[in-house]
Structure formats: C-alpha cells, structure tokens
Design a protein around this ligand. Structure first.
Ligand SMILES: Cc1cc2nc3c(=O)[nH]c(=O)nc-3n(C[C@H](O)[C@H](O)[C@H](O)COP(=O)(O)OP(=O)(O)OC[C@H]3O[C@@H](n4cnc5c(N)ncnc54)[C@H](O)[C@@H]3O)c2cc1C
Length: 306
C-alpha cells in the first residue's frame, strides 16, 4: 500500500479527530527530548486501545514500516527521517487507577503522573522511578531504572497488543524476561497498553520526602537544563560509562550543537541547534576514544531510528 492510501485508511479510522491524530511529515525534534532529528512520514496518536488495535491492523497489512514510541525520551530520529509511521502512545491511553495496592497505568501515562498517583494514594515502591522522564510503556520496554531500582522490581504484569493488532494478552513481569535496559519486547515488538505496578501501603510523608530527595539528587547531577535522552550509553559491566568518557578526556567535547555534558559525561546534550548527525558523530568519537583508552566497547542505550 502506498503511504497516501495508508493515510486515507488511518483517516477513516480516526473519524472526526483525524486532523488531531494524524500528522504528515511530523517533525520528530518536537516529539523527542533531544529536540533534534528528522521527520516521520506520518505520525498517528491513537486515542484508546481499540483505535490502537485497529490502526496496528491496518499498518501491518499495509506493508509500510511503523514503530511505537511514547514520550520520545530515549530515541533519536536520524536527520534523513523515518520513511514510515510513528505510532505515538500518549493522550487517551494514559489513565491511572488503583486496584488494591496496585496501580494500573495506561501505557501513555507519564512517569511523573504515576508518581503523583502513588503519592496521593500513599503507595510506596515507585519512588526510585519518580524522576525518570517518559511514559510507563517506554519504561516497561526499556526496564528503566534508577537509584538501585528497576521497573522489573515493581511490575506485576502488563497488557500487550501484538504488533499486528490481532492479539491481546496479559503477561506477568517475569514473562517479559526483564534484564538491564532490555525486555523480550525488543524482540517481539508487542505493544504495551497497560502496566500493573505492585506497590505497598506506605507513609505519605515519607514517600514525598524520598521522591523530593531523589529529584534533588537528579537535578544536581544531571544536565536537566539541556535537551538530551539521558545516559547515552549503557553501563558496561564493571564500569561506569560517564567515568570512562571523562577518563578518556572527552568531557565538554563538542561536535556542532552536540556536547559531552560538563556536568555528567554519560550524557550527550543538545547545546542548541544540534542535528541528529552531530549527536551521532559525537557518539562515534566517544566510542572510538573510550575503546582506545580502556578497551571497553560502549553500546548505545538511546535507540536510533531511521
Ligand atoms: C534527562 C533524562 C534522564 C533520564 N534518566 C533515566 C534514568 O534515570 N533511568 C532510565 O532508565 N532512563 C532514563 N532516561 C531515558 C528515558 O527516560 C527512559 O528510557 C524512558 O523509559 C523512555 O520512555 P519513553 O516513553 O520516552 O520512550 P520512547 O523514547 O518514546 O521509546 C523508547 C523505546 O520504547 C519503545 N516503546 C515506547 N512506548 C512503548 C509501548 N507502549 N509499548 C512498546 N514499546 C514502547 C519504543 O519503541 C522505543 O524503542 C532519561 C532520559 C532523559 C531525557
């Protein structure tokens, strides 16, 4: 199917909301935390799980390329763009409700919103994740983690839709085989529609204090005032990427508008006007120099699209 025909089929599914839900030549810099990168041929933002399923069915039958994203805090779209459809999981799929001591979160719910809900309900266990940017769906996919915790510690299970939109199932956290910044979803391509977090009754004051302490730590150690996608590289076993980069003398190194953060060498920041290619060139220089200096191969955590 040609992209124009696909657009028509998606427009039919979107009905009255089509103008809001479907964006042609979507500037992905506006939808990603790096504030850099090219355009996607189409971007669609389904408003509920049924519409998502219908759209996935149409997309899989079209033969066009497509991929899911959430808040765009761990992806970078190449300057040449993505010749396919980016499916954005956000508004409409972001409902959060309580069941017993668990929170059931629509995958488009932002981590900050989940943190607020946990605090309001006096549920403890989510504090470590409260400052991680992004959606809960992206966090499940990445097994996001911080301050000694990972999503797998609190994920009771998730409702998934297959990438072709034809099947829906509930899996336990264990079935997702969650490891360091990896889950089985990287291979299956299944889409998270809901995540069930297993929390416990806690003391609201203590939860608030812990969240605010961790946020202070984050704000003082990370270059939060510049666009980035967080730590650019995965932590190599036995090392810290930031320390390897700093020891290789790369702190502050600039390519175009991209820079190795002066505050945290594990971050590549967009100092202003960076292109995706500035960022990728800088990443390659870092990989080569760190390898020369230490023999360690740094692997990108940020997912490169296009
Ligand atoms: C300043 C900053 C600090 C950060 N700190 C941390 C940190 O402490 N710890 C950490 O782990 N990460 C951190 N990150 C990275 C990022 O926040 C996480 O990886 C986050 O979980 C990504 O969520 P997202 O919704 O933005 O995902 P996106 O960037 O939109 O997508 C990331 C991947 O997840 C997939 N995906 C997204 N939604 C779904 C879904 N519903 N179903 C299936 N697949 C999906 C996408 O296909 C893509 O491959 C940081 C980023 C920034 C900018």
């Amino acid at each position: 199917m040609k992209i124009d025909e696909l657009k028509k089929a998606l427009t039919d599914l979107a009905g009255d909301a089509a103008a809001e839900i479907i964006v042609e030549d979507a500037p992905m810099a506006e939808y990603t935390s790096f504030r850099a990168g090219g355009k996607a041929r189409l971007m669609v933002s389904p408003r509920d799980a049924e519409q998502l399923k219908d759209m996935l069915r149409v997309l899989s039958e079209s033969g066009c390329r497509y991929m899911i994203f959430g808040n765009g805090s761990n992806i970078l779209v190449k300057d040449s763009g993505y010749d396919g459809v980016m499916v954005r999981i956000g508004k409409g799929l972001d409902n959060i409700r309580r069941e017993g001591e668990n929170l059931i979160c629509g995958s488009g719910a932002l981590m900050s919103a989940v943190a607020r809900a946990a605090l309001e309900e006096s549920l403890t266990g989510f504090e470590f994740a409260s400052g991680i940017p992004g959606s809960i769906g992206g966090a499940v996919f990445m097994n996001a983690g911080a301050y000694g915790g990972e999503l797998r510690d609190i994920l009771a299970g998730a409702r998934l839709i297959s990438k072709d939109g034809k099947n829906e199932r509930y899996v336990t956290g264990r079935e997702l085989d969650m490891g360091y910044r990896h889950t089985i979803l990287h291979e299956t391509g299944d889409v998270v529609v809901e995540a069930e977090l297993k929390l416990r009754k806690g003391d609201q004051k203590e939860i608030k204090e812990e969240m605010s302490q961790l946020m202070k730590r984050r704000n003082s150690k990370q270059p939060v005032n510049f666009p980035s996608a967080g730590s650019f590289f995965k932590r190599p076993e036995g090392y810290f990427a930031g320390k390897l980069i700093q020891d290789a003398g790369l702190k502050g190194l600039v390519v175009g508008g991209a820079q190795v953060s002066e505050l945290h060498s594990g971050f590549i920041i967009n100092k202003g006007g960076a292109t995706a290619s500035d960022i990728l060139q800088l990443a390659e220089i870092i990989q080569a120099r760190v390898y020369d200096e230490s023999g360690v191969r740094l692997e990108m955590e940020v997912r490169i699209i296009g």
